[in-house]
Design a protein around this ligand. Structure first.
Ligand code: SF4
Length: 225
């Protein structure tokens, strides 16, 4: 396989989630996911056979054709770690030589050494994708923060467990967004409730941040933003 499998490239836009919230960035969404979360907001990225194929150089050109000035790129999915390791190594090296700051978003089910070259890594384990061994590895990287998307009690329990096991890794709680049901208004109501519940939960008082998805508040649940 000489090509990376890409779902979409878009931007410039803002990073709407996590510790880089509000920062301008380009996005590359890779095709393929090893999980099947019922609440997934990008199920179109699941199948590895869809999207388009691109060599690392072609993918870099694609990004630059959209915008050559933004030197921040976010690699998301699906799960970017499903991609061919050698090609991801090559792509990351290309981005670095071109002066890009790289953010990675993954659920933490897979680990590869190329992640260590990323400047910021959002690992968002879910109760159905929890992989202790890989979370242990990710937690050793200074660039990592954990993000738990809160839909219900199992997610709260997961957040509590992460704080207990990894007290030195920043933890972000994010309001769960149900595509087709939630609106910016309902999400802000859910956000207020999550803030209140978190601040009243002794086991969660060391969280780093409680955040909504800023891009959804600004633009609604639209693809490619
Ligand atoms: S891990 Fe992420 S991309 Fe994959 S199915 Fe779950 S929410 Fe969707």
């Amino acid at each position: 396989m000489n090509c990376l499998q890409v779902c979409e490239v878009f931007g410039p836009t803002i990073q709407g989630e996590g510790l880089q919230i509000g920062q301008p960035t380009m996005f590359v969404r890779f095709q393929g996911c090893d999980s099947r979360c019922s609440w997934c907001d990008s199920p179109y990225s699941w199948s590895i056979d869809q999207g388009f194929s691109a060599t690392p150089k072609e993918l870099l050109t694609h990004i630059k054709n959209l915008n050559a000035n933004i030197k921040r790129v976010t690699l998301t999915g699906g799960n970017p770690l499903i991609q061919n390791t050698a090609l991801m190594d090559e792509f990351i090296t290309l981005l670095k030589t071109q002066g890009y700051s790289i953010a990675l978003e993954t659920q933490g089910t897979l680990y590869n050494d190329w992640v260590t070259a990323c400047d910021k890594i959002a690992v968002s384990p879910k109760p159905n994708t929890y992989n202790q061994e890989n979370l242990d590895k990710f937690s050793t990287l200074h660039s990592v923060f954990f993000k738990v998307v809160i839909f219900g009690q199992p997610d709260i329990k997961l957040a509590e467990e992460l704080l207990r096991k990894y007290p030195n890794t920043p933890l972000v709680l994010q309001v769960g967004n149900i595509i087709g049901a939630d609106t910016p208004q309902t999400l802000m109501q859910k956000y207020s409730k999550l803030v209140e519940e978190t601040l009243n939960n002794q086991a969660l008082q060391q969280v780093t941040a409680i955040l909504p998805q800023l891009h959804v508040l600004a633009y609604g649940n639209k693809r490619g933003i």
